[in-house]
Design a protein around this ligand. Sequence first.
Ligand code: GAP
Length: 444
Amino acid sequence: MARNESGLMEKLVSLCKRRGYIFPSSEIYGGLESCWDYGPLGAELKRNLKDFWWKSMTMKRDDIEGLDASILMHPRVWEASGHLTSFTDPMVDCKTCGTRFRADSLEAETCPMKPSKSPLECGGELTEARNFNLMFKTFMGPVEDESAVIYLRPETAQGIYVNFHNVQKPSRQKIPFGIAQIGKAFRNEITTKNFIFRTREFEQMEMQYFIHPSEDEKWFEYWRDQRLKFYHDLGINPEKLHLKEHGPDDLAHYAKRAVDIEYEFPFGIKELEGIHNRTDYDLSHHQETCGKDLRFFDQVRNERYLPYIIETSAGCDRTILVVLLDAYHEEEVKGEKRVVLKINPRLAPVKVGVFPLVKKEGMPEIALDIYHNLKKHYKCFYDDGGAVGRRYRRQDEAGTPYCVTVDGQTKEDNTVTVRERDSMEQIRLKVDDLVAEFRNKLEF
Ligand code: GAP
């Protein structure tokens, strides 16, 4: 059931551009379809999200190691993984306007000539459906022939599978254990829309958990629950998050069982993250294709076997969209509209705005001192331009959780006001206590 939030996406896209969160790639040339650039606030938000995920996977746990594998991989990886033959979407062309659509979602597409209609209703004649491989192809080296064809990875997961032993041996991990990775993936999607929801270049945060085959159900359910909890910890409204188990016809070519964590986007309930039981599909296919023994010797069980893999695969950009949509609020304050991004303070790009109440009586000097001290610990922003109310509003729109204001009393008792973004409540705190006070609220 779609939420009645007409205009929310447009408002968010406009705020993202205005505040320097996210804007079209190569905009001065008219933009490049489905490619987006993260500006100063967007880049900070993305870094914080990735840190949050990375820490939850690799630092807070002893059973998960990190990896940063290359984007370009041996072309036989994609033969073994099944992507060369199975990573396809069915597509049709409209003989009238020449537009290409995904054949399996024609009801959800819009005709570019009659935007109120789908290609099923606009009267254009469609070709027969044919399969289109979503991998981007390029050439490695100076000769552009078949033997030089190479692909941009369509998922980060394969970098983990081919490095299973390279990570397990030096880290001396025993099954069950996991490998986590954050990185770019590329898919030549037939249709892209909805801002950063579906793009051709995006980042994934994937973790592959290697287990004994007899324990696949237990670990699948464990990771499903852990991953849902992650979004609760991010501060996403739990009522807008759903779990959707895949039926036998929806399963990807590698999966025995799959569940999506979904979110109620303004354009419908859609996938945010996939959790898959990939069995030994990937390791067995790589073993067969490369001819090397990829089994693990389990000393406890005294058994050599190919582990099963439970995969958790989150889209970084899609999670950013969820964080921003969930945070966007419009409120009426004293007869005026306030736009505020209620982002979890731990994720917020700028943590503290620092202001002098007025640009005189020594207040800017004290405020700058506080700013320089706080910015050793957190991303801060100093602002002395315009009325203080307007400065609060600017930080509300940027999602800054706290604002510190130096006023006349500061010189007398070394205290400042600290204003909290969501409640707009102000309390007085000693300047010397600020770092410790924010540490409790901001670190994860
Ligand atoms: N390794 C498994 C895998 O890649 P997936 O369900 O195809 O599974 C996982 O992708 C996640 O990656 C999705 O839930 C989504 O968040 C993100 N994702 C996939 N395709 C995307 C695209 N074209 N644009 C943005 N994010 C995408």
